[in-house]
Design a binder for this molecule. Sequence first.
Ligand SMILES: Cc1cc2nc3c(=O)[nH]c(=O)nc-3n(C[C@H](O)[C@H](O)[C@H](O)COP(=O)(O)OP(=O)(O)OC[C@H]3O[C@@H](n4cnc5c(N)ncnc54)[C@H](O)[C@@H]3O)c2cc1C
Length: 490
Amino acid sequence: MAPAQGNYDYDLVVIGGGSAGLACAKEAVTNGARVACLDFVKPTPIGTKWGVGGTCVNVGCIPKKLMHQASLLGEAVHEAAAYGWNVDDKIKPDWSKLVSSVQNHIKSVNWVTRVDLRDKKVEYINGLGSFVDSHTLLAKLKSGERTITAQSFVIAVGGRPRYPEIPGAVEYGITSDDLFSLDHEPGKTLVVGAGYIGLECAGFLKGLGYEPTVMVRSIVLRGFDQQMAELVAASMEERGIPFLRKTVPLSVEKQEDGRLLVKYENTETGEVSEDVFDTVLWAIGRKGLVDDLNLPNAGVLVHKDKIQVDSLETTNVGHIYAVGDIIYGKPELTPVAVLAGRLLARRLFANATQRMDYADVATTVFTPLEYACVGLSEEDAIKTYGEEEVEVYHGYYKPTEFFIPQKSVRYCYVKAVAERNGQQRVYGLHYLGPSAGEVIQGFAAALKSGLTVHTLMNTVGIHPTTAEEFTRLSITKRSGLDPTPASCCS
Ligand SMILES: Cc1cc2nc3c(=O)[nH]c(=O)nc-3n(C[C@H](O)[C@H](O)[C@H](O)COP(=O)(O)OP(=O)(O)OC[C@H]3O[C@@H](n4cnc5c(N)ncnc54)[C@H](O)[C@@H]3O)c2cc1C
């Protein structure tokens, strides 16, 4: 039974010690609140587990970016030879060394996180939280149970990868939760799913010398601009990554030699095929972790494995909030989770009023040729404003540094989706090329500040860079003119 109002153990209990929960908990104590933060990781079916910090640090952005970097470095060594470096042709990666370097970095971040929580006086509880009532939480610890009460709760439990409901999926398949600490080389890998996580994993596996195949049920990079998505896929196919389109897996069996026999079906023709892989990686989407929370005890409603909140991140129960990947219908990205968590804490404990703005959030897909964007896709702009009101400026370009190693420039492409008349406000920017995240970050600030095509075209570029291509855009799709570059420096 929860104590009378005001007699709670804490002002705030945050459930989930990932990007959103930690940011919220730390900001709340900074503003004088008594705060506890629970974090608990259930092991994957093959037993992978990790420390405090959530998905991004342990099994998401950070290990992914490090493996992407490892893959780009392998490419760079080959390019170095073209630039005159004497490089041994037979360079090859050492998977176990890579995994241990990545895991050592993650462990150092886990340790710094715990020290930071202790210094800031957030009580860290390594326990699985479930509601007893709307002010009381039961924490299941390794050493027993503990009941805690709080004035307010923030649910920041994030999500975990889904497994398909087919024979052998859980027994023999792995997910991104396992890949970054896998104790053996992945080898020939079937990546099922063509969202950004599937494509990124396939991309770095190829760069590291393995043989990924991507299985696509319907479309590539759902939710992203589809012209860009298809260019990303084509750039991966050009690098030798096969895409099995309109295909779904049927079963996974372990053969006597330990390899995995996968049967799959083409959903258009009904044709069933099979192939043998060393690893099957499910990247078919993520599920919000609502099941362990006993939300009915607190009266919080669930919507499709997620929690619906209003613009103040409040659930249907007034003193229970939710932030990060667990909320319904918002971008599942670390910087979104962090800022939303921080702003929520300031509203709760520092009389602040600022709300999270979920619009025009920039993001990057770390495929071998990276894709970054901010704002609307071409199709969303047309859906919102009508085809006649949208102008699309576009162009292919040739990164200077690609010439000497003769890297393919076929898919290096930028486009600006804009208002057709008036001020020609820019609705969306899309970039496919090297260092995409670094390129688009500054343009994201410009777009949020009301960037127009006029300003973009009157911005003097930095030469020779790839980011300057946005300032050189002049050809509209509507004109039908050839968007391939004629000249480099004039
Ligand atoms: C492979 C991969 C790559 C990614 N790459 C990027 C990227 O490049 N850029 C980017 O911005 N985002 C990326 N993301 C997304 C990013 O990781 C998430 O958006 C972010 O981690 C969400 O933070 P969160 O705090 O909402 O949830 P999480 O970080 O998932 O944290 C939730 C925590 O709560 C714990 N928990 C769950 N239930 C309970 C409970 N009942 N009691 C106690 N604890 C509980 C969980 O175990 C977890 O530790 C990536 C994700 C993946 C999987």
